[in-house]
Design a protein around this ligand. Structure first.
Ligand code: ADP
Ligand code: ZN
Ligand code: ZN
Length: 748
């Protein structure tokens, strides 16, 4: 017997609430997740969506009613998204409910936002007379409002502005309304996050390379052969212009487009470029939008008010009825992988969604992920390249400086002689400099010089980082404390910070170049809203000479006056326990180097390192992707790592260490004894663990991990499917949270 779990209302936060119906035998083949069905509900007939098909009845079988049938008429947008959720659940492992919540925006049953406006109900002369009267009588609040209305020249005033900035009480406003002096009008309206932008004239013609790439994709689209494209284009080669050209064609054909951009690169600058070309047909989603605003964007997309949705990972689920194109810019970015269940990768989900509606997917990057480049080599993605910068601007010259040699020569500064020399020259010429510190906080931990104890977060298994104002901060849970006077372990007073974080570097650089105007962009300096944009703006207006920062500064910003990029300690990111370390280092350095010489003057870069021979650094200095890829893929192959093989990380998390460890041991044994003998027929599988996660405790929760390396992705999916029933039955798992992560990009 087959049963369908059905949700009746997806507009409220009740996705957990499914109702189970029996599937009539004749419909068994046609009922799938996403299908809209008619169901008996009390004594009413309602429609709902199938979210799951199962053979396990949730309660007494005889009391489960059969569903009436498949709902006729058009297929609603939600059906596609629910089917996508089912695919995500299946391929990434999570509950159906978690998958639905990732895919559908939930409207809470709050009142619809109304925007109230205050209008002046009197002529200007009359209002002016009243104002004099109020002032005489010291009705200061009423006078403030009237003055503001007079000054606004007949424009209505925002109610919230009146209450907020003008500090008026609701009673005052009401009393003016009652006297007939003002009117309050309200309208429910969609909140449009880009409505305050001003559209500029757009004019630009693609160069020959851009045109060829664009045409190759459009030709496939015209012939109904849209597929997945990997657009590999060096920094500044004009990829964004290619995206916009493609979008223009797709829209002209009556379809819509989704553009994924990592949140950190989703700046005013980027949004403006799309807005200048497409105006009001563009909307954005980002984490700064309120839940209500997000929901509105969803509604606007569904209603056909917009054609383009720009945003991070979650924008992928914009409910466009006729989706023609999905673009993933900076496709190598880690943030496209969700780290909470369901741990999906936006790239693969995009490809699946595109398949459902015959849309094209364009993955763009100057430094494609090893994964995507491998897929292109295997013929699964169509590789397209832009190997030259627009208008043939040269790529920057890059030198590698060996820091060990510097030390031998007696230079203990964080700036090598060569970098100092170049910086001096740039400052003299009024050109700008970027200094990139690879990774935040990593070098700013506190340790005891007597006993070697490192000061750690009491809730997490990580060292605390030193911040401004003698604070120590945990970057995992936000725990904060002040710097202890003596070592918590041995009482020694020789506690000290190690090497330099960005703040320390700022101090040292300022000391070396007292005249230079320096900006710093890191965790501390960007904590307040808008501070990020402000720093970028200041720098792009050349109101500072040097920008010092972490990864945040290397992402897609175009500063025309930057002619020198210094990478201070390039190898830092090589020494993290993650097989992506070399890939990530190569990407960061290539992007960082690519920041130089974007304007009219050629750029230069200096990579300082203790490991000058490392292939990732060598390749980044030459901006040679192929050289990097050849070495890296050989290593992945040798180690059975993705993308050649696949990796499934099973993590167990619980507040009791012993219990958590036991759950992990039970899983490993189940896999070894019962599951792997069966599923490894599909392809070889290697089991690793259980062991502590590389960060064994976060927020007082202990974490144990088990890995499986598998030749075949679906074999790993089958292993996950075979494990799941045990979690419901076995008591060992009752207080432990189990999470699956396929091809994880971090968290080892
Ligand atoms: P990418 O996305 O590959 O880094 P962009 O699309 O941002 O490259 O282009 C880099 C710069 O060159 C931008 O300022 C852009 O406006 C400009 N540009 C791109 N294509 C052209 C073109 N065909 N003609 C003139 N300028 C262009
Ligand atoms: Zn000590
Ligand atoms: Zn912590």
């Amino acid at each position: 017997m087959a049963y369908a779990n059905v949700i009746v209302d997806i507009s409220v936060d009740k996705l957990d609430k499914t109702f189970q119906y029996r599937i009539p035998e004749e419909l068994e083949n046609r009922i799938k997740p996403g299908v809209q069905v008619d169901i008996p509900f009390g004594n009413r007939r309602l429609t709902g969506y199938v979210v799951e098909v199962t053979d396990t009845p949730e309660f007494d079988e005889t009391r489960i009613k059969p569903l009436f049938g498949i709902h006729g008429g058009s297929v609603p947008m939600e059906s596609q998204l629910i089917a996508l959720a089912a695919w995500i659940r299946k391929n990434y492992g999570s509950t159906m409910n978690q998958a639905l919540k990732a895919v559908l925006p939930i409207r809470r049953k709050t009142k619809e936002i109304e925007k109230r406006k205050i209008l002046l109900n009197k002529s200007r002369e009359e209002a002016a007379r009243l104002l004099v009267l109020y002032e005489e009588k010291h009705y200061t609040a009423k006078a403030r409002l009237l003055r503001e209305l007079l000054q606004s020249g007949g424009n209505p005033l925002d109610y919230t502005y009146a209450v907020g900035q003008l500090r008026l009480t609701a009673a005052t406003i009401r009393s003016l309304e009652k006297d007939g002096i003002i009117t309050i009008v309200s309208s429910t309206h969609y909140r449009n996050p880009v409505s305050h932008l001003e559209q500029k004239e757009y004019c630009l013609t693609l160069n020959e390379n851009q045109r060829q790439v664009t045409e190759a994709i459009l030709k496939d689209i015209r012939e109904g052969k849209a597929q997945t494209y990997l657009l590999k284009g060096v920094t500044g080669s004009g990829k964004t212009e290619v995206y916009m050209e493609l979008i223009a064609h797709v829209i002209a054909g009556g379809k819509q487009a989704i553009v994924l951009i990592p949140e950190i690169a989703l700046t005013y600058q980027t949004v403006m470029r799309f807005y200048n070309r497409f105006g009001d047909r563009v909307s954005i989603m980002n984490s700064r939008l309120s839940q209500g605003e997000r929901y509105d964007q969803y509604e606007r997309a569904k209603a056909g008010d917009i054609d383009i949705m720009i945003g991070p990972r979650s924008a992928l689920f914009a409910p466009f009825a006729n989706l023609g194109l999905i673009i993933i810019d900076e496709e190598h970015e880690n943030s496209y992988k969700s780290e909470t269940a369901p741990c999906y990768h936006a790239r693969n989900v995009a490809i699946e969604r595109a398949k459902m509606c015959h849309a094209a997917v364009v993955l763009g990057s100057a430094t494609p992920s090893v994964e995507s480049y491998y897929q292109a080599q295997m013929g699964n993605y169509h590789l397209l390249e832009l190997n030259e910068r627009v208008q043939k601007k040269p790529l920057p010259d890059c030198e590698i400086v060996d820091l060990r040699e510097e030390l031998k020569l007696g230079n203990r500064s964080i700036l090598s002689e060569r970098l100092q020399e170049l910086m001096e020259e740039r400052l003299k010429n009024h050109e700008q400099i970027m200094l990139f510190l690879n990774r935040r906080g990593i070098s700013s931990f506190i340790s005891c010089r007597s006993c070697g104890n490192v000061v750690k977060c009491p809730h997490c298994d990580v060292s605390l980082s030193q911040h401004e104002g003698n604070r120590l901060v945990c970057h995992y849970c936000g725990y904060e404390t002040i710097m202890p006077k003596v070592c918590p372990s041995c009482g020694s007073k020789y506690l000290g910070g190690f090497k330099a974080g960005t703040q320390k570097i700022e101090m040292l650089v300022q000391k070396r170049f007292p005249e230079a105007r320096i900006l710093r962009m890191d965790y501390d300096s960007t904590r307040t809203k808008d501070s990020y944009e402000k720093i970028l703006k200041t720098f792009s207006h050349h109101e500072a000479d040097i920008l010092i920062g972490t990864q945040m500064i290397v992402k897609g910003h175009d500063f025309a006056d930057v002619t020198l990029v210094g990478v201070l300690a390039a190898d830092m990111s090589l020494h993290v326990p993650d097989f992506h370390a070399a890939e990530r280092t190569f990407q960061l350095l290539t992007q960082a180097v690519g920041r130089a010489g974007r304007g009219n003057r050629p750029g230069q870069a200096v990579i300082q390192t203790y490991d000058p021979e490392h292939f990732a650094l060598q390749a980044a200095a030459k901006q040679d992707y192929e050289a990097f890829y050849r070495q890296e893929i050989a290593y992945r192959e040798l180690m059975h790592y993705p993308p050649v093989w696949n990796l499934l990380l099973i993590s167990c998390a619980g507040s009791e260490e012993a219990e958590t460890g036991k759950a992990a041991a039970v899983i490993a044994k189940l896999l070894q004894d019962r599951i792997l003998p069966e599923v490894s027929k599909m392809g070889r599988i290697l089991l690793v663990g259980p062991s502590d996660a590389s960060i064994a405790k976060i927020n007082d929760i202990y974490r144990k991990v088990i890995y499986m390396k598998g030749e075949d992705y679906q074999a790993l999916v089958s292993a996950k499917d075979a494990l799941e029933p045990y979690f419901r039955e076995n008591k060992a798992f009752s207080h432990v949270t189990i999470q699956f992560n396929f091809n994880p990009t971090s968290g080892f």
